[in-house]
Design a protein around this ligand. Structure first.
Ligand code: FES
Ligand SMILES: [Fe+2]
Length: 341
């Protein structure tokens, strides 16, 4: 897979389960063109999108009888990558060279995941989204963010920008509540716990807790691609916003957002109220990440200055660098700081 931050042996969301039907689907993950299809058993299969014969994209072909058929000479591949049919050829030898390059897949929680190392047995399971009961509304949306994975992850878990970029929607600038933040980093992720945070003052906060109060708030990063924001207020309100991020290319990340939300109103009313707000927030984030990427490209690289309230970004980058083999492996870490929200 491609240059910038190639992560081996990791799972990424390729598409929603519903998107993968009877036609081959082309998807790019870490700059690698893949083709996905459902084999004879209905299981998702993923290959490098290059026919081993003459390198035509297999996504230009079709699925016939559960086999992926190349559009050029009609070679047919089963879900395991074996070439089952070479039209007009009787010779069964040299089958190995005719194999498609395969990537392990997993279908769960309504997504099809692909493993980032080709022709390899996975060494871990894909992420599991939290299980919730029917008092929760679930909203799923995906958006292409014009920025690298590491910046998209920071953005999803960054508190200080919310009062500014999303002013009025989530937080209001100028509030001066001092709250404590506890940062805990493990080998596979980092979490920030916000202690004693008053309910956010914007529209989203008022929906979550009409009567105000103190919220439980966690922001979590789980290697290599999960960003999760959790808010809880008593028994009545609970927000879990889990984003599975797929690195497409150096400056493109697709976010698969799953918002699970329980409010003190009927679950059926939640999605119509919250979806437009969530999409507005996502579009604002996408726009600012685009401007950030433009500037980084124009100046030929990043030159960042961080403060203590850039709570998770630097940890996320260290964890990703360590996984990409570009940094030291990291010891567990705990740190407390004060932030005004
Ligand atoms: S290029 Fe695919 S069958 Fe020839
Ligand atoms: Fe944001």
């Amino acid at each position: 897979m491609g240059a910038s931050a190639y992560l081996a042996d990791q799972w990424f969301v390729a598409c929603t389960a519903g998107t993968l039907g009877r036609t081959p689907l082309a998807v790019t993950v870490q700059e690698t063109p893949l083709v996905l299809f459902r084999d004879a058993t209905g299981r998702p299969a993923a290959f490098l999108d290059r026919c081993p014969h003459r390198n035509v994209p297999l996504s230009a072909g079709r699925v016939a009888g559960g086999l992926l058929e190349c559009a050029y000479h009609g070679w047919r591949f089963d879900g395991g990558g074996a070439c089952r049919v070479v039209p007009a050829l009787d010779d069964e030898s040299d089958r190995k060279a005719r194999r498609a390059t395969t990537y392990a897949t997993a279908e769960r929680d309504g997504f099809v995941w692909v493993y980032s190392t080709p022709d390899a047995a996975p060494v871990r399971e894909p992420y599991r989204f939290p299980a919730v009961d029917d008092r929760y509304a679930t909203i799923r949306r995906d958006v292409l963010l014009p920025g690298p994975l590491r910046h998209a992850l920071e953005n999803a878990l960054d508190v200080p920008h919310t009062a500014f970029l999303h002013g009025g929607l989530f937080r209001t600038a100028g509030r001066r509540n001092e709250i404590e933040v506890i940062v805990r980093r493990r080998a596979d992720g980092v979490e920030a716990e916000y202690v004693g945070e008053p309910r956010p003052t914007g529209i989203v906060g008022r929906l979550l807790a009409p009567g105000g109060g103190i919220v439980e708030h966690y922001d979590r990063f789980l290697m290599p691609s999960i960003a999760q924001v959790e808010y809880r207020l008593g028994e009545g309100s609970h927000l879990l916003n889990t984003s599975a991020m797929t690195p497409i290319s150096a400056f493109e990340t697709r976010v698969w957002a799953v918002i699970q939300l329980r409010l003190p109103i009927p679950a059926g009313l939640v999605a119509p109220l919250v979806t437009p707000l969530a999409m507005r927030i996502l579009r604002q984030d996408a726009a600012i990440l685009g401007r950030q990427s433009e500037a980084i490209r124009r100046f030929g690289g990043e030159k960042f200055t961080s403060t203590e309230i850039d709570v998770l970004g630097p940890h996320i980058w260290k964890l990703l660098a360590a996984a990409a083999g570009a940094g030291d492996s990291l010891a567990p870490f705990e740190h407390r700081l004060t932030m005004r929200v």
